[in-house]
Write a protein that binds this ligand. Structure first.
Ligand code: FIX
Ligand code: ZN
Length: 413
């Protein structure tokens, strides 16, 4: 292939290759209101809430006391009427509404609301998955959330587009709170984490895994996350999570670097970021060669050392440009250094979509950046004297967009 053909070919292949979205907060329609979709949810996204509240005098408490529709109105008027929607999260709403056929210059919020009021959720899921070319999305299934657990108890058939992930933040980050939930569920646990309690925690994990059939276990962890550590989290990891993950061949996904609630009144929008100690991964991956770890870090300053560490351990798979890294300038930087250090052995992106509609913009924005970086790398390779075929590009993008993940978690084995 000539260099002059690269950009067009790579963009076409990237756009045509379905993606398996390895981390979202979406749910299938059978989870009812847990699945967020439509314009008011799109505008009430916590990324847009904090952007609104730094541009408008409304306090967080006043904002959260408003109805969802009034919150959406304030977000719309603040970020899209009184200001230009040039940030990544605001531009995303523009991309999504355009893709749905709205001419924003002539569209009012109430017209968009009318469209969603007359749209059926099952039809909309089909439309969004088709528009975003997503073949499946991994949910975030909180094992300690009673509302979600009630749905699992009744769930008869599964939508194959929605894969489960056993999310265990509550266990690892709030063990005393988890003890109460597990005891209420009939598990004989105590805060002391003696052998009996650890056995009961493993039984709890096994029971949930039996119901959910997850593709991985996951937790978000603070920048101070340490291993090994003489703490409840350290003991749970050593005696429960790592053995269970190994026995069940269920990879453990660690999302490291979130500082919960640096501004508590902002609630879900109030989290911050901190640089983590990548040495934790050296000890976890090196000390547990039978375990598999999916890892993403929240701090931009962790990314290069994370990619270098991923060169050293075949049981470590790097994924995504998480949260505030999911912006074109940083996706480009991270994708380039990952290709330069890891070739195509990494998972370049996940959407982290909380609202179904976001799949449309998160994937169209990321696909453009990833295609541009890939085209540049193939051009460098052609300059070095290698012949690049379209079939090579198709194979590489399939690897990046789904096959690395499927193989690593044992899907389709
Ligand atoms: O821990 C997580 O899964 C984070 O992605 C979320 O807590 C966060 O609120 C988010 O949605 C970021 O994109
Ligand atoms: Zn998330």
């Amino acid at each position: 292939m000539k260099k002059s053909e690269l950009q067009q070919t790579v963009s076409a292949v990237v756009n045509q290759t379905p993606v398996l979205d390895v981390h979202t907060h979406l749910y299938s329609a059978r989870f009812g209101d847990l699945l967020l979709w439509g314009i008011d949810e799109l505008l009430d996204y916590h990324y847009l809430i904090c952007e609104t509240l730094i541009n408008d005098p409304t306090s967080p408490d006043e904002f959260y006391a408003m109805t969802k529709a009034d919150q959406a109105e304030l977000v719309w008027n603040t970020l899209f009427v009184r200001n230009t929607p040039v940030s990544e999260a605001t531009r995303g709403v523009v991309t999504t509404l355009r893709a749905l056929g709205f001419e924003l210059e002539k569209t009012t919020l109430s017209q968009v609301r009318e469209y969603f009021a007359s749209t059926k959720v099952d039809d909309y899921i089909d439309l969004v998955f088709d528009q975003s070319n997503v073949e499946a999305a991994v949910m975030t299934n909180d094992v300690l959330d009673p509302a979600e657990q009630a749905v699992w108890a009744e769930l008869s058939e599964r939508d194959p587009r929605f894969l489960a992930a056993l999310r265990i933040d509550g266990l690892l980050n709030d063990w005393p709170g988890a003890v109460a939930v597990l005891r209420a569920g009939g598990y004989d646990v105590s805060e002391g984490l003696d052998d009996n309690t650890c056995g009961e925690v493993r039984r709890f994990l096994a029971d949930n895994a039996e119901v959910m059939q997850p593709v991985y276990m996951a937790a978000s962890l603070p920048p101070t996350f340490a291993y090994p550590e003489d703490s409840a989290r350290g003991k749970l990891l050593e005696k429960c999570i790592l053995p269970f993950s190994r026995e069940r061949a269920l990879p453990f996904a660690m999302m490291i670097g979130v500082k919960k609630l640096i501004n508590p009144p902002l609630q879900l929008a109030g989290d911050g970021v901190g640089k983590a100690d990548i040495g934790v991964l050296e000890r976890l991956c090196g000390g547990n060669p039978e375990n598999k770890f999916l890892v993403t870090c929240l701090s931009r300053e962790n990314q290069h050392e994370l990619a270098v560490t991923a060169r050293k351990f075949s049981n470590l798979m790097v994924f995504g440009c998480w949260w505030w890294l999911n912006i074109p300038s940083v996706i480009a930087e991270m994708t380039a250094e990952r290709i330069e250090l890891l070739g195509t052995r990494f998972i370049p992106q996940h959407s982290d979509a909380r609202v179904l509609d976001q799949l449309i913009y998160k994937w169209s924005h990321s696909r453009k950046v990833i295609a541009d970086v890939l085209a540049e790398k193939y051009a460098d390779l052609i300059d070095a004297g290698w012949t690049v075929q379209r079939s090579d590009i198709e194979r590489d993008v399939r690897r990046l967009f789904s096959e690395n993940f499927r193989k690593f978690v044992g899907l389709d084995n």
